[in-house]
Design a protein around this ligand. Structure first.
Ligand SMILES: NC(=O)C1=CN([C@@H]2O[C@H](COP(=O)(O)OP(=O)(O)OC[C@H]3O[C@@H](n4cnc5c(N)ncnc54)[C@H](OP(=O)(O)O)[C@@H]3O)[C@@H](O)[C@H]2O)C=CC1
Ligand SMILES: Nc1nc(=O)c2c([nH]1)NC[C@@H]1CN(c3ccc(C(=O)N[C@@H](CCC(=O)O)C(=O)O)cc3)C=[N+]21
Ligand SMILES: [Mg+2]
Length: 293
């Protein structure tokens, strides 16, 4: 084994900084009579999804956000899911919520996402909010892409003018981070890769920043990475050897920066979920202050 050259981007330490800021903002909201509340809708008993949702609620407890957990059986129909979504849309304690994905196969994910009140969409995945992201108007941003950008900035990785290669065009990560990186405020040049990409290795080799969000263990090998590049490992796969990221061992001996998995963007995904919930509560507080009673 050679020497590690990459600066490791520490997602947990960065998450802790964000939590400190959120605690202050939640206290300020409490003083104005507004308590942020995160809702989660979990359908079925997939252990990984249940663990993610538990993690989100334990984060809420750390920051002072109320938790509203809705657990539904795995064999429900769309009407029962719709009823839970409608209840959270009108529940004033819930200032933002998510429907945990993936949903069991008899349920329609897009129709569930579209039923969420866009102003309560803590994931930033409602079509209205994705549309606002395309237009460049204010909206809750998707949490993982926001976390990736925050982590790169936190470690002073140059973004303006960079060649960014994103592997994966999924809505939660790949497609939406391409939209963020090409805003004028980021000014990066983005290539989105997928299973139809002719020569993935050649694309990745040109990249100053690689975002690996395919969910294929070890897809990005050391030979594919330009020396000194920043590599962000987002994909998660369950294998016989436990959880594996999309980035193969040894990339840390070539890259200039590496966001490891675990310990990289995962904690920030959760931190920006809470940030979206606090930001909505701050808008509610501002509206209360400006509305004569
Ligand atoms: N750590 C974290 O915080 C988070 C991690 N994740 C993880 O990130 C990954 C991506 O999630 P999501 O955005 O939902 O994407 P999806 O799982 O919906 O899609 C995966 C994408 O990867 C592409 N892909 C798959 N295999 C290859 C390959 N061999 N070469 C090139 N492209 C490939 C697919 O291409 P095609 O479209 O052609 O099928 C598809 O576009 C998942 O592993 C997910 O678990 C997600 C959210 C948060
Ligand atoms: N509506 C919806 N929104 C999501 O954001 C969403 C989803 N559905 N479905 C599943 C994926 C996956 N995802 C992760 C979140 C945190 C970690 C995370 O915190 N990981 C830790 C390790 C696990 C832990 O410490 O608990 C880490 O990377 O260090 C990982 C993955 C969000 N997703
Ligand atoms: Mg997916």
């Amino acid at each position: 084994m050679g020497a590690v050259t990459a600066t490791l981007l520490d997602g947990k330490a960065t998450r802790d900084e964000i939590f400190e800021d959120l605690k202050t903002r939640v206290s300020a909201l409490a003083a104005r009579g507004v308590v942020p509340g995160l809702g989660t809708v979990l359908v079925g008993d997939d252990p990984a999804s249940a663990a993610y949702v538990r993690g989100k609620h334990s984060d809420c407890a750390k920051v002072g956000i109320t938790s509203i957990a809705r657990q539904l059986p795995g064999d429900i129909g769309q009407a029962e899911l719709d009823a839970t979504i409608d209840e959270l849309n009108t529940n004033p304690e819930c200032t933002g919520y998510i429907v945990q994905l993936p949903l069991p196969k008899q349920l329609d994910e897009n129709s569930a996402l579209e039923r969420i009140d866009p102003s309560k969409d803590a994931d930033g995945l409602h079509p209205v909010n994705l549309g606002r992201l395309v237009l460049g108007t204010p909206a809750p941003l998707p949490c993982t892409p926001r976390g990736i950008l925050h982590l790169l900035r936190r470690y002073d990785v140059p973004i303006a003018g960079a060649n960014v290669v994103v592997v994966g065009r999924g809505i939660t990560v790949g497609r939406s981070i391409g939209l963020l990186f090409t805003r004028r405020s980021e000014n990066a040049t983005v290539t989105l890769c997928h299973t139809g990409t002719r020569d993935l290795a050649a694309e990745v080799r040109r990249a100053d920043i690689v975002v690996a969000a395919a969910g294929v263990p070890g897809l990005i090998t050391p030979e594919m990475v330009k020396p000194g590049a920043a590599v962000v490992d987002v994909g998660v796969s369950r294998t016989e050897d436990g959880l594996r990221g999309d980035v193969a061992p040894g990339v840390d001996e070539v890259a200039g920066w590496l966001s490891p998995n675990p310990g990289g963007v995962g904690p920030l995904t959760r931190a920006f979920l809470l940030t979206n919930v606090v930001e909505r509560a701050e808008r509610i507080a501002a509206d209360l202050a400006s509305t004569p009673s």
